[in-house]
Write a protein that binds this ligand. Structure first.
Ligand code: GTP
Ligand code: MG
Length: 459
């Protein structure tokens, strides 16, 4: 995971505080030193690192606070300092449906504008927005084509004109049509640097298009230099915020993240891979809890929402509320889970599982298993799907399905067991039977489910 080393050090720091008999000066200095080293390795500005160290040491040396309170005090300080470093509260983009709102993406060459336009399109269309992308990169010949391909991938229309070389003319061409949409995501051309030419171009586009949000994409690789870039763009082009891309590909991610938090341009989203769903809102609080492996329900729910198509999820919730859950629903869930990226990413966000340190290879097998399960269900007859019990009773059925799906009878039995368990969880007595189809799972229900899964499901 992103910044996992920093996470490890932080966790050790918290453990040391919790485990110390006395929080003496030496212990505190040791914790601070480890933390500072990890922050510097993550490319956080040295002055920020020094300040943090001093503040922690000062707060920890308050003699008036004794015993256990002192431990709590120090834990909180450590947490809050890191939280502040990352920008404190979550900054959100507020959109309304039915207003044809526009988000324009800016950035230097290769910063990830086009990819991020596609990711945002997927993100918002999964949340029920009617989205279109507009290709206004008229400088690079392949740019429009790239956006069109992304449009096919995320199933969102792309408005552009292959021949036109004037960005504004393309915009004008679609000015009426865009009123049909809730959200228009505008991909623009990159430059080598923020020179006067780029500023003029952006200002001109901004005046005519009047975007609701102008977002700068920055690649995490540039580390602390992100601060200068964000403030320059902020001054010259009035950006509302930043999206940091390639968080997955560099050890310097901490530099870009913390540097942007220092500017007036907060970080709204982070890109964590090349795939369209490797993208998330940036919430400092949940980011820290994941760094620490404490599990993060909010993050999990978000991830689930982005991977899962809202309509079919709603259907399932309505069915569950009535006590129905069949093999087809199970297959649907499996399909959606494979859209979430690796299981290890999901596991990091489930309370308890993040802490359990599941070996990567085990999760690998689990993913293969889920694929096989889908093949197994594909090889079942309608009768078997409706009454899975008959499969176990008749070994000929087991044999036929195994052959048809290229799996083994053991795997089929495992699947049936897992299905039974899920069915029990989803439709059985107790809290989970009371899911409100409008609201979905409450936080409490989700926690309960995670606990139950943690025990019963062997990942
Ligand atoms: N690993 C990783 N790669 C990314 C991420 N976002 C974008 N990329 C890759 O970065 C490269 C550049 O991305 P683009 O979206 O084409 O960048 P751009 O800003 O539109 O580039 P120009 O239009 O040429 O200025 C592509 O190879 C992307 O796949 C990310 O979050 N993680
Ligand atoms: Mg581009």
């Amino acid at each position: 995971m992103v910044l996992s080393k920093l996470g490890g050090v932080l966790k050790k720091g918290f453990d040391k505080i919790a485990g110390a008999v006395f929080l003496d000066k030496k212990t505190i200095e040791g914790i601070v030193k480890d933390l500072q080293r990890a922050l510097i390795q993550a490319d956080v500005n040295i002055y920020l690192v020094k300040d943090i160290g001093n503040r922690i040491k000062k707060a920890a040396s308050d003699e008036k606070i004794k015993g256990i309170e002192r431990k709590e005090h120090l834990t909180k300080i450590l947490h809050d300092e890191i939280l502040n470093l990352l920008g404190g509260e979550k900054h959100e983009i507020n959109l309304e449906k039915g207003r044809a709102q526009k988000i324009m993406l800016l950035g230097l060459y290769g910063a990830g504008k086009t990819t991020t336009t596609g990711k945002l399109a997927l993100y918002y269309s999964k949340r029920g927005y009617k989205v279109a992308m507009m290709g206004l990169d008229v400088h690079r010949p392949a740019a429009k084509q790239q956006l069109i391909q992304l449009g096919q991938k995320v199933k969102v229309p792309v408005l552009t004109d292959m021949q036109e070389t004037n960005a504004l003319k393309i915009y004008k061409k679609y000015e009426k049509e865009i009123k049909k949409y809730d959200l228009i995501l505008i991909d623009t051309a990159g430059r080598h640097s923020l020179d006067q030419g780029l500023v003029d171009e952006i200002t001109d586009l901004g005046k005519k298009i009047k975007p609701d949000y102008t977002l700068l994409t920055i690649q995490a690789d540039i580390g602390q230099a992100a601060k200068t870039q964000a403030s320059e763009f902020q001054k010259a082009c009035n950006i509302n915020g930043v999206i940091i891309t390639r968080m997955d590909s560099t050890a310097k991610a901490g530099g870009a993240l913390t540097a942007c938090s220092e500017t007036n341009a907060p970080v709204f989203f982070i890109g964590t891979g090349e795939k369209m769903n490797e993208f998330e809102t940036f919430n400092p609080k949940s980011f820290i809890s994941r760094l620490l492996g404490l599990g993060d329900l909010e993050g999990l729910l978000e991830h689930v929402q982005s991977a899962v198509d809202e309509k079919s999820q709603k259907n399932l919730k309505t069915k569950l509320a009535k006590g129905h859950f069949d093999m087809r629903d199970f297959q649907q869930q499996l399909k959606q889970m494979s859209g979430m990226g690796s299981l290890s990413k999901i596991a990091e966000m489930i309370p308890g599982l993040g802490k359990a340190k599941i070996p990567e290879n085990m999760l690998g097998t689990q993913e293969d298993k889920m694929k096989n399960w889908q093949h197994i269900i594909d090889s079942m007859t309608n009768k078997e799907i409706k009454n899975p019990e008959i499969i176990e009773k008749q070994t000929t059925r087991l044999g036929r399905i195994a052959k048809g799906s290229g799996t083994t009878t053991t795997e089929i039995r495992q699947l049936l067991k897992q299905f039974k368990l899920l069915k029990e969880l989803a439709t059985g007595s107790g809290d989970l039977a009371n899911i409100d189809p409008e609201q979905g799972l409450s936080q409490k229900q989700m926690q309960k489910l995670a606990r139950k899964f943690g025990k019963k499901m062997k990942f």
